[in-house]
Design a protein around this ligand. Structure first.
Ligand code: UDP
Ligand code: MG
Length: 162
């Protein structure tokens, strides 16, 4: 059985996607989820939670030396977030494409940040940037029993190498 963090490089690749506190406040939960659903990815975990400072710090541990780290942790723990795990072929890389560039000013229209945000400090969403961070982030926010492994009959209409 595949680990609950997924198997990068396969159809069971999983990525951690979060709607940050500003995305929740702005009423963009449904709009952001729709991008991933409509694309064809499979939602395998979802919950709303209010991050503690400690959990926000462990989530962003690799950015601890950055000058914006303190403000970033305060931002991420400033209200409830929607934490999700999405599964599918190339979910990590393609998830980042759906989000758009980190700075919404550089994010192209058609992406979530390009369409819905203006400022790098309020860029409404998070997505894992690689296989290692996906594993770390999924385990940081979810317990194994909170992630559902389920078949979807339409998968054959979404993925094929023909
Ligand atoms: N961030 C910021 N100022 C910066 C760079 C990043 O406030 O100059 C914030 C921004 O919210 C970003 C988060 O820190 O989403 C994490 O940075 P990262 O470089 O990992 O960007 P991401 O992976 O979210 O695109
Ligand atoms: Mg990042």
């Amino acid at each position: 059985k595949a680990p609950f963090t997924g198997v990068p490089g396969t159809d069971k690749e999983r990525t951690f996607i979060a709607i940050k506190p500003d995305g929740v406040q702005r009423g963009l939960i449904a709009a952001i989820i729709a991008r991933f659903e409509n694309k064809g990815f499979k939602l395998v975990a979802l919950k709303m939670l209010w991050p503690t400072k400690e959990k926000a710090e462990s989530h962003y541990a690799d950015l601890a030396t950055k000058p914006f780290f303190k403000g970033l942790v305060a931002y991420f723990s400033s209200g409830p977030i929607v934490a999700m795990v999405w599964e599918g072929k190339d979910a990590i890389k393609t998830g980042r494409v759906l989000l758009g560039a980190t700075n919404p000013a550089a994010a192209v229209p058609g992406t979530i940040r390009g369409d819905l945000a203006i400022s790098v400090g309020r860029n409404i969403c998070h997505g894992s940037d690689g296989p290692e961070s996906a594993v770390h982030e999924i385990a940081n926010w979810f317990a194994p029993e909170e992630v559902s492994d389920y078949p979807r009959s339409l998968d054959e209409w979404i993925v094929s190498d023909n």
